[in-house]
Write a protein that binds this ligand. Structure first.
Ligand code: FAD
Length: 376
């Protein structure tokens, strides 16, 4: 079977590799260069900390594959526990604070039902296990043990290399769209394939516009990396303050700064906001008792859908999409790609609940932050 993949991010290159592993003849069209999109700007957190069984299963499988694929010299997966927490109520925030704490407790119960390795900790327990985290005002925390991080750009480039070694033809500098009858249109003409999969991140909606509308909104998120730090924190998401941190090449990565506003994928601000950098410095003090100088800061795009679940599967006869990750696309790439490769080659039913045909494509909806404890 001859398959085209449009988009050379983490999802597209893993899919191209998986299709070729299953003997498909694969051409990957990338508008710029491999990892030029969100995958080159991501933070690299990977975990199985989902309360939904399907999401948890995907998380577990993805972690298994990250470990299997890593260590070949080009990218490595580093095990690191993932902590998420809610702080004690502040004046005026009592109701929400209670909801956040309850959401974490419920989340842990659901994860335990799925057999995942997770524990619920008080502020004192957290302090004892992770002395570098400021925990005196923590109401409740959870720790998922099956978690870690990768360098997203290295992961994506490694998978592209493995795909090439499996005879995938990768055409960088080749923007492509899908025509109404399912062919791939590029600057040098139209190309017929037995199937086309569009994993073009924030551009996916535009790439398939002649095939069918899909309800995806790109939105901006931010991250920064500090200079060298002298503590070893876990990966941590603070549901009260909306920031996450993880160790990053000797420094500390601090993320979020989610701007819940739809962006034009061809016209958005790639630099981080000054206010984000200032807020991150304050947050480091609050979370770790110290603030380190910023080395670099940036913004990138994530993609939202009406129900917060991705769009993965067949959109029209022979045309597939994979987008709408709500900030969780990198950590799911190895699991989703495998399942999608099977579906495209007729060996699987796809991922229940992610089917893009569940929407008409013209839905109106608000962008919701993917890491919010109430949304997982
Ligand atoms: C700051 C930040 C932090 C993040 N942190 C995490 C994290 O910790 N964990 C996590 O799981 N996720 C994280 N994400 C989200 C993650 O980056 C994305 O979900 C993931 O990278 C999506 O991968 P993708 O392959 O679908 O898309 P992309 O990586 O965006 O790849 C799409 C590719 O398609 C190409 N393309 C676009 N249009 C065309 C066209 N017409 N023709 C051909 N090619 C085209 C682009 O150039 C691009 O290379 C983060 C995102 C950001 C911005």
């Amino acid at each position: 079977m001859n398959v085209a993949v449009i988009g050379g991010g983490a999802v597209g290159v893993t899919l191209a590799y998986d299709l070729a592993e299953r003997d498909a003849d694969v051409t990957l069209y990338e508008a710029n260069e491999i990892a030029a999109g969100s995958s080159g700007r991501a933070s690299g957190l990977c975990y199985d900390a989902f309360s939904d069984r399907r999401d948890a299963d995907l998380g577990v499988r993805a972690l298994e594959r990250f470990r299997e694929l890593s260590g070949g010299g080009s990218f490595s997966f580093t095990d690191c526990p993932y902590v998420w927490l809610a702080r004690e109520p502040r004046p005026g925030d009592e109701g929400r604070a209670e909801q956040r704490a309850d959401a974490i407790r419920e989340h842990v119960d659901r994860m335990r039902e799925h057999g995942l390795d997770v524990s619920l900790l008080s502020g004192a327990d957290l302090q004892e296990r992770f002395p570098e985290v400021v925990a005196h005002d923590v109401a409740v925390a959870a720790v998922a043990e099956n978690a870690g991080y990768v360098d997203p750009e290295e992961y994506t480039n490694t998978m592209a290399l493995l795909a090439r070694m499996n005879d995938v033809e990768i055409r960088e500098g080749t923007p492509a769209t899908v025509t109404a009858d399912g062919a791939v249109a590029t600057g040098d003409g139209t190309h017929d394939h037995d199937a086309v999969v569009v994993a073009a991140g924030a551009h996916t909606r535009d790439v398939v516009a002649d095939v069918a509308p899909i309800p995806v909104k790109p939105y901006r998120v931010q991250a920064l990396v500090t200079e060298r730090i002298d503590v070893e924190p876990p990966m941590l998401f603070d549901a009260t303050n909306g920031f996450y941190v993880r160790p990053w090449e000797g420094g500390l990565l601090v993320g979020d700064g989610t701007e819940a506003v739809e962006q034009d994928p061809d016209d958005w601000t790639r630099e981080a906001d000054e206010s984000f950098v200032t807020d991150c410095a304050m947050y480091q003090e609050q979370a770790l008792g110290w603030s380190w100088p910023t080395d670099r800061a940036w913004a990138g795009l994530c993609t939202a859908t009406p129900d917060g679940d991705p769009l993965v599967g067949e959109l029209a006869d022979g045309v597939y999409v994979a987008t709408g990750w709500q900030g969780h696309g990198l950590m799911r790439a190895p699991a989703v790609a495998e399942r999608l490769a099977e579906q495209v080659l007729g060996d699987g039913d796809g991922i229940g609940g992610f089917d893009p045909s569940r929407f008409d494509g013209d839905e109106t909806f608000e962008i919701v932050e993917g890491m919010d404890v109430e949304n997982r």
